[in-house]
Design a protein around this ligand. Structure first.
Ligand SMILES: [Zn+2]
Ligand SMILES: [Zn+2]
Length: 237
């Protein structure tokens, strides 16, 4: 008997085709919860990794969604994030699950994604330096728990904390007039060990890709620190 990491329901592993074929993995969620997780499969936007099956044709052009087309049209952002890959559609169930990761500190729950998350890393970003998107110091302190770090640690490779959040008070004074004009928000800065990303390919790890703005801001700071290219992977998209 296994117990679902999300709802605690007891369940038995069923012999599925994947099991017969020898590619089945650890079963961490009951049937109900598993079916609420919508795996991103099939056609996706080549940049942000969103599933094309979920939205109308007019929101895409060839292999890119309109959001990504806009990012790439902007000279300040073009190529800043090479690509993002995510495991699941950010539906109500995943929203609920991620908020549990964030606010209730359910460290065990994150283990349910280890196998699939590793697979993405191995297929798409093998050898890349893994950098979790940092939480603000205050938020980390309140909860004593950092879900992006736990997600990054699932990958089974060294995790480099090359980024730090800029403290709130520092934000305004740090901004130059030029930065304000370019609407460059200073939310991240390089950490002391940031030389680890110099000349390297980097993959950022975050819980969810929503607008892509946070990940691009993090990426830009890494590139200013000499990173060769930056991509990202998240649980939800
Ligand atoms: Zn369940
Ligand atoms: Zn896209």
């Amino acid at each position: 008997m296994n117990y679902c990491l999300y709802c605690d329901e007891g369940f038995y592993e069923t012999v599925s085709w994947s099991f017969v074929l020898g590619i089945a993995g650890e079963m961490h969620f009951c049937e109900g919860c598993s079916s609420s997780l919508e795996r991103i499969e099939g056609e996706i936007c080549e940049i942000c990794g969103r599933s094309f099956s979920l939205f109308p044709e007019q929101y895409r052009q060839e292999n890119r969604c309109n959001d990504c087309i806009h990012w790439e049209e902007d000279v300040n952002w073009r190529g800043v994030l090479v690509k993002n890959r995510s495991l699941y559609v950010y539906n109500d169930f995943l929203k609920e699950l991620i908020s549990r990761l964030k606010y209730r500190g359910d460290a065990e729950l994150v283990m349910g994604f280890r196998q699939e998350f590793r697979k993405i890393y191995q297929h798409e970003f093998k050898g890349f330096v893994v950098v979790p998107v940092p939480l603000s110091q205050e938020r980390h302190y309140e909860r004593g728990f950092n879900q992006t770090q736990l997600l990054a640690e699932l990958l089974g490779v060294e995790v480099e904390h090359a980024l730090e959040r800029v403290l709130h008070e520092k934000k305004q004074s740090k901004k130059s007039r030029q930065e304000r004009l370019e609407m460059k928000e200073t939310i991240f800065e390089l950490a002391n060990n940031s030389k680890l990303v110099y000349g390297k390919s980097v993959v950022l790890v975050d819980d969810v890709y929503t607008t892509g703005a946070t990940l691009r801001q993090a990426s830009r700071v890494l590139k200013e620190g000499g990173a060769l290219q930056v991509s990202s992977m998240t649980l939800g998209r």
